[in-house]
Write a protein that binds this ligand. Structure first.
Ligand SMILES: *Cc1c(COP(=O)(O)O)cnc(C)c1O
Length: 403
């Protein structure tokens, strides 16, 4: 029943709408939500057979797989150009699953230090508890990778664009360094988004997304996905994931499938908005530093263009102090204070006191997460309305004492 349109032959936008579709005997247009935990067998022998070897369009138990979840996995795999995928209940279940499924005591991992708080927790707190050695590097410095990736390194982990300071990892160069020592490369690719990602082409072995971000893009559900070779997904990741309960809900999978259909239009519009707003803020001249990889002045602009072809949906800037940052957040009227990103609604975050509160002050300083840093995820509102909102909030934020 799977609609097999050899994914690589079709353009990305067509894959986003059709890949992975499985129609029931009713021929429904919109993908069906199989809200079922289990599946009935015709007879005992069929049940026995399915437990020995589960075929392509056969299911046993929703913790192992489900038709709606499978549609989402096949569609995102076709978009990413990956052989296979396993969907998870959240982005963190995907990050944890990708790492823990392949590591054992005595292994070494090298990771970029600029990580999302929960990713840092897995690498810094959980893995060492089970005897995995983790070395951290400044991911933007290739000589630090070269020095840290030793012949006994099993895996390399990074966020291809770091949160919230938007530093880029040179993906192709780090993959080359890792592969020379036989290490597997796992990339958390949330900020690059599946729209601008060429991660597999650039050498990444395992790509991880929080589907909560641009894939849903409408603030409705949590989800995640691990993408890689069929060998990695089925032989390494799946046994760990299906026995430890990371399964994505079929209902969430359905929302994510629908999210994929419009993702490219949303992400491109949001990126165009982010570019326009970043440029307008530079023009405005009141902010000492506007961080956006799409700006020519960004120190990694050339790498961003080569690697993603765009600056993405998030920008950041420094208001000089926590007090000014708070005044800015509180004065916004359209942009909401929250900690998601990639959403249709524009969202402002103060990383130092929320998403990155757990980090030590020294590490925050080292990563450039200053008390005045504000992260803006640009949504689908009209850029001119967002700019007016931002300009008015800057009037309030920069007013007292500091000007
Ligand atoms: C949000 C996020 C995650 C975690 O995803 P959840 O869906 O919230 O579990 C992991 N990595 C990055 C870079 C993120 O932005």
């Amino acid at each position: 029943m799977t609609q097999d349109h050899s994914p690589r032959a079709l353009s990305r936008r067509t894959r986003a709408v059709h890949s992975g579709t499985r129609r029931s005997q009713y021929g429904e247009v919109s993908e069906a939500i199989f809200l079922t935990q289990g599946f009935v067998y015709d007879d005992a022998a069929q049940a026995e057979q399915r437990f020995i070897k589960t075929g392509d369009d056969e299911f046993i138990y929703a913790r192992y797989g489900n038709p709606t979840v499978r549609m989402f996995e096949e569609r995102i795999a076709a978009l990413e150009g990956a052989e296979d995928a396993f969907a998870t209940a959240s982005g963190m279940a995907a990050v944890n699953g990708a790492l823990v499924s392949m590591l054992k005591a005595g292994d070494r991992v090298v990771a970029s230090r600029a990580l999302f708080g929960s990713c840092l927790y897995i690498l810094q707190e959980i893995l060492p508890r089970f005897g995995v050695e983790v070395a951290f590097v400044d991911g933007t410095k290739l000589d630090e990778w070269r020095a840290a990736v030793t012949p006994d390194t099993k895996a390399v982990f990074f966020e291809s664009v770091s949160n919230p300071t938007l530093d880029l990892i040179d993906v192709a160069a780090v993959c080359e360094i890792a592969h020379a020592e036989g290490a597997l490369v796992i990339a958390d690719n949330v900020f690059a988004t599946p729209v601008y990602s060429k991660a597999i082409e650039q050498g990444v072995d395992v790509v991880v997304y929080s589907a909560t971000k641009h894939i849903d893009g409408q603030g409705r559900v949590l989800g995640g996905v691990i993408l890689g070779t069929r060998e990695f997904i089925r032989k390494v990741a799946e046994p760990y994931l299906k026995h430890t309960g990371a399964a994505l809900s079929p209902f969430s999978a359905w929302l994510l499938l629908k999210g994929l259909e419009t993702m490219e239009l949303r992400v491109r519009a949001q990126t165009a908005g982010a570019q326009e707003i970043a440029e307008a803020l530079v023009e405005d001249g009141r902010l000492p530093k506007v961080i956006y990889p799409g700006l020519k002045a960004h120190p990694q602009h050339a790498l961003a263009m080569r690697q993603m072809g765009a600056g993405g949906t998030v920008l950041a800037f420094d208001l000089g102090s926590k007090e000014a940052a708070f005044r800015f957040l509180d004065a916004l009227e359209i942009i909401v204070i929250s900690n998601n990103l990639g959403d249709a609604k524009s969202i402002v975050t103060h990383p130092a006191t929320t998403t990155h509160q757990r980090l030590s002050e020294e590490l925050r300083a080292e990563l450039g997460i200053t008390p005045g840093l504000v992260r803006l995820s640009i949504g689908l509102e009209a850029p001119e309305d967002l700019l007016a909102d931002i300009a008015a909030a800057l009037d309030v934020a920069l007013e007292p004492a500091e000007v």
